[in-house]
Design a protein around this ligand. Sequence first.
Ligand code: PEP
Ligand code: MG
Length: 324
Amino acid sequence: RRSQLANFKNETTSSSDGKHPIIAANIGTLDDLDGAIENGAEGIGLFRTEFLYMDSNHLPTEDEQFNVYKTVLEKMDHKPVIIRTADIGGDKDLPYLDVPKEANPFLGYRAIRMSLDKPEIFRTQLRALLRASAFGNLSIMFPMITTINELKKAKSILDQERIKLIREKVRVKPIRIGIMVEVPAAAILADQFANEVDFMSIGTNDLIQYIMAADRGNRMVSYLYQPYNPAVLRLVKHIIDACHDNNLPAYMCGEMAGDQMAIPILVGMGLNEFSMSASSILKSRALIKHLDSREMVTLANKAVTMASTTEEVTAFIHQATNSQ
Ligand code: PEP
Ligand code: MG
């Protein structure tokens, strides 16, 4: 089976009726990058840069970061690479950073919230990214964006650093800017965010926990962590529609993007990029090849109108996709 799947390695992803969503990889380290390439990733949909901070005993310097970003871009050989600015703070404790303990770290000081509060750390990362942009096809994505104001601040800091580098005669290429949509407030206002970005990437790992008010790591409430709950499906569809209404591509980089049961629905919603762990790429490409996107539109439209029980939706998806 594995060897059969290997045939899909060098193919572009295609549905049976010729739609071409991209299958990209989520990576966190340079080791993951090799796995992504071996499994035929058409891009990097999410580079979690936290490891640079977590695996170090000091704040990574601009040059240390630049070398890693440049390596990723060069190894991907001009395929699209989305690098996410650091999602640290909250429950990800850095011993060399003095961040107070919080009662609700997932609702607290994390990701872009910390970046905007510690702009010197943020600027260092952005400068490293801007310099690396010359070596490939780079997009930058901001995590945990909640308000338009946060996004505008982040973009303005990026612009300031770009201008400084250009004055220093450093080569900087145009970079696409996007946000992770993983906070319900941003998801609901996706149509407004669309005016400020080049793409959106749905972070279902967090989005589901915030929609369902159920900690993604807490087994006591894991029964509420429901990717197929129609509340989740409707909000995901709302985000994708808002992107398409504004001529933007819609991506997903949460676990749901590599979930074999969710993929048919997401194909039906017209998702443009599925970013997943490398081990899911080939089987997902094989699955999509057998899906007719027009039939999946019907499937997706039905799923979002179902009653709010995950059991009902999952039974429905099973039945619909097995009879293909
Ligand atoms: C997500 O929230 O879906 C996501 C991809 O980000 P992370 O898992 O790193 O929080
Ligand atoms: Mg997240």
